[in-house]
Design a binder for this molecule. Structure first.
Ligand SMILES: Nc1ncnc2c1ncn2[C@@H]1O[C@H](COP(=O)(O)OP(=O)(O)O)[C@@H](O)[C@H]1O
Ligand SMILES: [Mg+2]
Length: 371
C-alpha cells in the first residue's frame, strides 16, 4: 500500500488519526503522542468547515492574522433549487451495464483495475503536485480536479489535498461538497510556518466528506487574484504534509497557471471536445514541449465531453492530441457532472468512474517517475 513508501507518510497519517480532533476541527495541540497503528483517516464531519483556529502560528505573534469569516459556497436558496443529484447513467443504461458486465471478459477488466490501483498507490518520497489547467474556462478543470482529488484520496492512505489556484470565482469548493469556506490560500500563506504539524495545518483546511482536504482560493467573492508568490509559498509549504496535491489552476496563459504547470510534477490539460478546443489544446502542448523538465512527458490530456451534443469525432480528436506524444484519456459526458453542484462519487456513470481512475493512474505514474 501507499503508506509503505516512507516513514514520513506513516507519521503523517498517524498524526492525523491520533486522538479526537479538537472541537470544530481546530488544530491539535502539537506534540501529542503517536497512536498505536496508522488507521484510515477519520471520517470528517460531512461538509463541515472547521471553525477558525486561533492563528497562533502567525509569523509575528504581536500581529495575529485576523480570522476570516466563514461564508457559504453557494446561496442556500440556490442549493435547494439544485434539486436531487441525478445518476450519471440513465436507468436503462445501468440495467444494460449489468448484462454487459456478465458477458465481458472479467480477467482483462480485473487486470486493468489492478494495474491502475498499483499506479495510484505508489509510494512517494516527497509530496507530489499535479496541476490541472486548460486554454479557457468552463471546460471542466474544476470537475477534473475534484475527480482526481477524490480518486487519489480513495486509493491512498496518506493525506491528499485539493488546492484551488483559480481566483476567478472557481467552483472547486462546491464540486468538492464544501458548504462553507473560511481560510483561503492567500490567508494561509501568511500563517504557515515550518514548525507547524499536519494537524495544525488541517485546522485551516476544509475536510472533504469522502476524506482528504480542500484549500479554496478565496471566499467566492470577486477579489484580488492569487499571485505567483502566494502560490509558490503555499504549494512549497504544503508539499511537506500532503502526499499528493491536486491544483485546480486558472486558465492558460495566466501567470499562476504557467507557474503551476512549470513547477508541477505532473500536468493535466483539460481539452473540450470541440474542434477549436482541441486545436487550442495542441498549442498548449507545443508550449509545454518547449519547457524544461520534460514537461510534455509528464502531461496527460483529459478530453472532456461536457455536452451530449458533441459532434467532433472523438477518435480523430484524441489522435490529433496524441501527435506530440502525450497520453489522452477521454472523459465521457456524464449527466451527474453536467448538473453542477457537489460531485457524489456514487452517482457517477460507470464509464466516468473508470475514466477518472485511468486519468489519476496515468497522472500518478508520471508524477512519481519524473524528477
Ligand atoms: N464530463 C462532463 N460531463 C458533463 N458535464 C461536464 C463534464 N465536465 C464538465 N461538465 C460541465 O461543465 C461545467 C463547467 O465545468 P468546470 O469544471 O467548472 O469548468 P472550469 O473549471 O474549467 O471552468 C460543469 O459545471 C459541468 O456542468
Ligand atoms: Mg473552475
Amino acid at each position: 500500500m501507499a503508506g509503505n513508501g516512507g516513514d514520513w507518510q506513516r507519521d503523517l497519517v498517524r498524526e492525523l488519526t491520533d486522538g479526537p480532533r479538537a472541537e470544530g476541527g481546530a488544530p491539535h495541540a502539537p506534540g501529542t503522542g503517536p497512536g498505536p497503528e496508522p488507521e484510515p483517516e477519520p471520517e470528517p464531519e460531512p461538509q463541515a468547515q472547521p471553525s477558525a483556529p486561533v492563528p497562533r502560528q502567525s509569523r509575528d505573534p504581536r500581529t495575529p492574522t485576523p480570522v476570516p469569516e466563514s461564508l457559504p459556497t453557494i446561496d442556500p436558496r440556490l442549493a435547494i433549487a439544485l434539486g436531487r443529484p441525478r445518476h450519471g447513467d440513465s436507468a436503462v443504461r445501468r440495467a444494460g451495464a449489468g448484462v454487459r458486465r456478465l458477458t465481458a471478459s472479467p480477467g482483462r477488466e480485473v487486470a486493468e483495475q489492478t494495474r491502475d490501483a498499483r499506479e495510484l498507490q505508489q509510494p512517494v518520497t516527497t509530496g507530489r503536485v499535479v496541476a490541472v489547467t486548460s486554454i479557457r474556462g468552463g471546460v471542466g478543470k474544476s470537475t477534473v480536479s475534484a475527480l482526481l482529488g477524490r480518486t487519489f484520496n480513495h486509493y491512498r492512505q496518506d493525506p491528499v489535498l485539493t488546492l484551488e489556484a483559480d481566483a476567478a470565482l472557481g467552483t472547486l469548493p462546491v464540486r468538492m461538497g464544501a458548504e462553507s469556506v473560511r481560510w483561503s490560500a492567500a490567508d494561509l500563506a501568511t500563517v504557515l510556518t515550518p514548525a507547524m504539524q499536519l494537524t495544525d495545518v488541517t485546522g485551516y483546511l476544509v475536510p472533504v466528506a469522502d476524506g482528504g482536504w480542500l484549500l479554496p482560493a478565496g471566499q467566492g467573492r470577486v477579489g484580488a487574484p492569487l499571485d505567483v508568490a502566494t502560490y509558490r509559498t503555499v504549494t512549497l509549504a504544503l508539499r511537506r504534509y500532503f502526499a499528493v496535491t491536486v491544483v485546480d489552476c486558472e486558465t492558460l496563459p495566466g501567470e499562476v497557471a504557467r507557474t503551476a504547470m512549470d513547477t508541477a510534477h505532473a500536468r493535466v490539460v483539460v481539452a473540450p471536445m470541440t474542434a477549436e478546443g482541441v486545436h487550442g489544446t495542441r498549442q498548449v502542448l507545443d508550449w509545454l514541449a518547449g519547457l524544461p523538465h520534460s514537461a510534455l512527458a509528464s502531461t496527460v490530456v483529459a478530453l472532456s465531453a461536457a455536452t451530449p451534443d458533441a459532434t467532433l469525432d472523438a477518435k480523430a480528436a484524441a489522435a490529433h492530441l496524441r501527435e506530440p506524444g502525450v497520453t489522452v484519456v477521454p472523459l465521457p459526458y456524464d449527466r451527474h457532472l453536467a448538473q453542477g453542484g457537489p460531485i457524489h462519487t456514487a452517482k457517477l456513470a460507470r464509464d466516468t468512474r473508470d475514466a477518472a481512475v485511468r486519468l489519476a493512474a496515468e497522472v500518478m505514474g508520471r508524477a512519481v517517475r519524473v524528477r
